[in-house]
Design a protein around this ligand. Structure first.
Ligand SMILES: Cc1ncc(C[n+]2csc(CCOP(=O)(O)OP(=O)(O)O)c2C)c(N)n1
Ligand SMILES: [Mg+2]
Length: 320
């Protein structure tokens, strides 16, 4: 894919769209306007953005508990997402799922997921379906460093390599699984080394550099689409917020936190766009304002939407 102006501005725009949604969600949660748990993706936007830029609606993604960014980058509707956070009837799950269960199968979003490591077998199964159908679609699996220690990671990579499935495994290594630091949870430093055990390519990239993610994801997606099987892409990053909103977050080193905040993927890419003459500051502020308006609209839509009716309590909850 050519790195033309539209594509570059599209990458910037998607990252800002995610950040704007997330910071609004943070405020809404702090004001007790949205119930339930929210795990925000702020700081990790370059990953979903750089990967999903290679996908179309017929490709699949399986997401995590920190899923808003994946859903937005894959084309999820902001109004329906926000309404779901507000537990409203117009939300993606009619208000019964909340942040961690948003799905839109019509555009290949197989769902956020509250079970750590569950995206791995789901995306692997979707990859098998893609291979059997033979229509050129692929499956992308997002998961965290913590999830890479679960059995589902190892079982999935093994099957995907044995069956040469068109799956791209994207590990978002933010160095923490709640309060457990990667340094104490595994003996290796580079999670991409795990690919060697399954005979598939594994690469690590700077997950706060959207172009680095875009390029590495492009290779992995091409490999999957051309029938050459699965690969592991590890994107090293940092979450700007606590594990979930409202968490006291006493376990991360404040100096390290500050160093990572200085590597924020959005201002970094903004500086590159301006330096290369791709966009002016005004162009970028216009994009920012657009998403502020859209997210505000989504909040209004959610606020004005009805609650689910009490007699609908058990509808759509169990398969019938
Ligand atoms: C099977 C399972 N075990 C434990 C939990 C509790 N839990 C929720 S998030 C999380 C940490 C996940 O860490 P990671 O995979 O690195 O993702 P991150 O939160 O850093 O994005 C844990 C242990 C869970 N939801 N599911
Ligand atoms: Mg993590």
């Amino acid at each position: 894919m050519e790195l033309d102006r539209d594509l570059l501005l599209g990458l910037y725009s998607t990252m800002v769209k995610i950040r704007t949604f997330e910071m609004e969600a943070a405020e809404l949660f702090a004001s007790s306007l949205i119930p339930g748990f929210v795990h925000l993706y702020a700081g990790e936007e370059a990953i979903a953005t750089g990967v999903c830029a290679h996908l179309s609606a017929s490709d699949y993604i399986a997401s995590t508990h920190r899923g808003h960014g994946h859903l937005i980058a894959k084309g999820g509707n902001l109004n329906r997402m926000m309404a779901e956070l507000f537990a409203k009837r117009t939300g993606y799950c009619k208000g019964k799922g909340g942040s961690m269960h948003i799905a839109d199968v019509s555009i290949g979003i197989l769902g956020a997921n509250g079970i750590v490591g569950a995206s791995l077998p789901i995306a692997t199964g979707a990859g098998l379906a893609c291979k059997l159908k033979g229509e050129g679609a692929i499956s992308v699996c997002f998961f965290g460093d913590g999830a890479s220690n679960r059995g589902t990671f190892h079982e999935s990579l093994n099957l995907a390599s044995a069956w040469e499935l068109p799956v791209v495994y994207v590990c978002e290594n933010n160095y923490y699984a709640i309060s457990s630091c990667q340094r104490v949870a595994m003996a290796i430093q580079d999670i991409a080394e795990r690919a060697t055990g399954y005979g598939i390519p594994g690469v690590s990239v700077d997950g706060n550099d959207v172009l680095a993610v875009f390029e590495a994801a492009g290779e992995a997606v091409k490999r999957a689409r051309t029938g050459n099987g699965a690969s592991l892409l590890v994107a090293n990053t940092w979450r700007h917020r606590g594990h979930f909103e409202g968490e006291p977050e006493l376990y991360r080193d404040q100096e390290e936190h500050k160093l990572w905040l200085a590597k924020d993927p959005i201002p970094r890419f903004e500086a590159q766009l301006i330096e290369r003459g791709i966009a002016t500051t005004e162009d970028l502020r216009a994009i920012d304002r657009n998403w502020q308006d859209e997210v505000r609209q989504a909040v209004l839509f959610a606020e004005e939407s009805p609650d689910p009716a009490p007699d609908e309590l058990y509808q759509d909850v169990y398969a019938e």
